[in-house]
Design a protein around this ligand. Sequence first.
Ligand SMILES: [Zn+2]
Ligand SMILES: [Zn+2]
Length: 497
Amino acid sequence: MQPPSARSRPTAVLATGIWLTLGALTRLAARAGGAGGHSGGGGGGGHSSGSSGNYAGGGYSTYGASNADSSGDSGSGMWIFCVFLIVVVFIIIKSRRNINSWSSRQPGGPPPLPLPDEPRDGMAAFAAANPDFQADAFRRKVADAFVKIQSAWSAQSLAAVRPFISDGIYQRFATQFQMMALLKQRNSLDHVRVLEVAPVAASRDGQYDVLQVRIAAAMRDAFICELDHSLDSAGDAAFTEYWSFIRKRHAAPEGGNIYQNQGCPSCGAALPPDMGELCRCAYCQVMVNSGEFDWVLAEITQQTDYGRDSSWAGSVSPQLLQALAELSVEAPDLAVQLIEDKASNAFMQIMTALVTRNPAVVRRFVSDAALATITALIPPDDTVFNRLYLNEVVVVDAACAADRHVLSVGLSATRQRVRLVPGRGLAPVDPAEVRSDYILVLERDAAAVPNMGALYQHQCPNCAGAVGDTLDLNCQYCGVPLNSMHNEWIVTRFEEA
Ligand SMILES: [Zn+2]
Ligand SMILES: [Zn+2]
């Protein structure tokens, strides 16, 4: 099942990677046993959560079978076990998956490493610039995060993972939990196994470093909808996802850990067991998930949407990099990953406004024109999204106009609208999940001053006072309009592409 080219690829690097992977596998198996061999073990639902689920239309992603690529030198029982595992996983995937994107590209079978559409961009430069980077510790951290996030998904509670996920990731999960609660849905993930954790690309993004990590995992996935049991499903899934982690360059001390400790990484004060949407220490006021202290999970992408497969690849302005460089001179805090995170956050809150039929949910961070567009999209009756996930969020253009910085973000989202029918359960509005593309434009004054609050997390950006969902634009504490572009990126346009 190995293409000859893969078998002949030598490299000590690969062999090292394989053994590190095997090491991670061994540790995880042990941890799984220690945690009761149940959902505490591996991790699995993020894929149903973060983006597409196995049953949710994203389809299984191809398992890279990277371990098979080793030209390893150890020839022990472990090695035989490894080959055996790959064969078993491959057979299972082969028999279950209806679409194998790889078989269309490479009839020979599973791909060698690296995948042809997955350049190992920037890894060497990152390693050179970060000699203290502890790759093995980072891999363990990611595996740990993966496990915890699958548990959080099953429990529909983000308390345990809040410190190390971005605000956009928080909003993606929280909004889905809200929809699932309305539809009385549960999604239990068991027998979760992390098969591979491999950093595959690194980039510099403003003042931040971004690492893309390929994660292969398998799990048992049971979905129950109390309002309509025809939506129930259960089965085994194996998949590959790409998780993006962001960390502020030179600010974060190597060895920092917001994954295990429940204390503030800055002042050491205990953090509340459930911080909710605002990831801020109540004592020293730092944002725990700012990337200043440790790597933070900022995006989850399915393999089918990753790299060259991105449906937005052709829409990115050829001038984008140049424009971003020019904007960064006036806005040193600008980072593409953070803008995409803000766009994700805004999108999910817009979806909440549609389902709750309450434009106040978004009023504080949208312009008058965007509010009018969003209000016009509000359905006339109780419509909920059965499945709602973002496939892709991509900054496609940047410009400076009339002393404002303007960023256009392309979003692809998959969702199925259903109507709540009293006494009868659900009635589908869309016959199946529909993937749609959107453009969301964010604008901020070129001379914007540092943001004191977290507007998207219901804090006034001028005075950091707490604000609720209200149509009243003026902050009740400082009187400044909440959607002022003097402090924060504001949504000025939202439309289907
Ligand atoms: Zn603190
Ligand atoms: Zn205020």
